[in-house]
Design a protein around this ligand. Structure first.
Ligand SMILES: Cc1cc2nc3c(=O)[nH]c(=O)nc-3n(C[C@H](O)[C@H](O)[C@H](O)COP(=O)(O)O)c2cc1C
Length: 371
């Protein structure tokens, strides 16, 4: 099938894209001292500046929001300066880049947190996967500390400040990480949110944190520079809800009413975090399922090939497609798609942590190859 439709321009709110090929957000755990981006990180993103839009790796809104060793933040002057160097270099290549802001909540470990405090969560329910220490060693997950209701405005304020810092760094927009079992999704889903206060119980209460964060971030960026990522039916780290269809239909409708720039949905068919090639066949098509509930542009992600991406656009399921692992392994992915060139395979062993190897040394097509 023709992949030409992937190269049509697209507007996401106030953000103009030259193509519909988006780079998915990917944690690579290669930030420098003080969780600040480095020159190596600049090189990685610049290599991928030909994307229609880059969504950065999940970036912590505060020290307590951290969940991985050497993951970046956006809460210190050094971090803002590091990100500004990335944004300026991507813009110099004509690229577009939005910052994914995240709070890991219970998916963290005390060794990564200030003064060794426990990870926080809506309720004291641990994830069902190992945690990683500051030394990258897998250990059993800790039981998180349930947040007091009085602490929640502080978390909303952290997201707002992160958005202000991102604007200061020059980003084209913000993506709120409400997917993949992070803090916001921990609040959304009643398998792990057991609260009895205004942030638990009904779906409206469980979605309250998300919508408070959306309002706070929009106050800094404008709703037209704000995207939200969701992973309906995802089960990462043991997250689950008793009625995901009802919950996410409500959430998507409410996001639509707020006129955000875009909705970014991960398909449950693929792995939410891209760490297996196993496909859960027979799952619902989230983009097709939730599209009628969302009036604005929709980005779909997970396990797409160039052909299946073009087909998703043609069938009207989505307006753009995010590629994760294939953008890691193919810095010039749009050019390869355009030329129908072979794609380099993703090397799982170098996904997280380390240096340039598996990060900035994936090859581009030799200039003029085949001519
Ligand atoms: C190494 C790696 C890190 C990831 N980190 C994030 C992240 O920080 N935020 C996020 O929303 N998704 C993250 N993901 C999920 C990807 O954005 C994407 O949804 C997933 O890999 C499926 O797409 P793919 O099949 O094209 O790789 C990560 C995936 C990989 C492989």
């Amino acid at each position: 099938m023709s992949v030409e439709n992937l190269f049509e321009p697209l507007r996401l709110g106030a953000i103009q894209l030259r193509s519909r090929i988006v780079m998915a957000p990917m944690t690579r755990m290669r930030a420098g001292a003080g969780h600040a981006p480095t020159a190596l990180n600049v090189e990685y993103y610049v290599q991928r500046a030909s994307a229609g839009m880059i969504v950065t790796e999940g970036t912590a809104v505060s020290p307590q929001a951290q969940g991985f060793p050497n993951a970046p933040g956006i809460y210190t002057a050094a971090q803002i300066a590091g990100w500004r160097a990335i944004v300026e270099a991507v813009h110099a290549r004509g690229g577009v880049i939005v910052l994914q802001i995240a709070h890991n909540g219970r998916n963290s470990h005390s060794s990564l947190l200030p003064d060794g405090v426990l990870p926080v969560a809506p309720s004291a329910v641990p994830p069902n996967i190992p945690a990683f220490t500051s030394e990258s060693l897998p250990v059993p997950a800790e039981v998180p500390r349930a947040l007091d209701a009085e602490e929640i405005p502080g978390i909303v304020a952290e997201f707002r400040q992160a958005a202000a810092n991102a604007i200061e760094a020059g980003f084209d927009g913000i993506e709120i990480q409400a997917a993949n079992g992070h803090l916001i999704e921990q609040f959304l889903e009643n398998g792990v949110n057991l609260r009895a206060d205004a942030y638990g119980g009904t779906k409206e209460n469980r979605a309250r944190l998300l919508f408070e964060i959306v309002a706070a971030v929009a106050a800094e960026t404008g709703a037209d520079r704000l995207g939200v990522r969701l992973s309906p039916f995802g089960r990462y780290a043991g997250i689950y809800d008793s009625n995901p269809l009802e919950l996410f239909t409500y959430v998507v409708r409410e996001l639509s009413a707020r006129n955000i720039a875009y909705l970014h949905l991960i398909e449950a068919r693929g792995s939410e975090i891209g760490l297996t090639d196993h496909l859960n066949n027979g799952t619902l098509n989230n983009a097709a399922l939730f599209r009628p509930a969302f009036a604005g542009p929709l980005i779909t992600a997970a396990a797409y090939t160039p052909e299946s991406a073009a087909e998703a656009l043609q069938l009207g399921y989505a307006d753009a497609v995010a590629f994760g692992r294939s953008f890691v392994a193919n810095p010039d992915l749009p050019e390869r798609i355009r030329r129908n060139a072979p794609l380099t395979a993703f090397d799982r062993s170098t996904a997280y942590g380390g240096g340039a190897h598996g990060y900035t040394d994936y090859p581009t097509l030799a200039a003029g190859a085949g001519h």
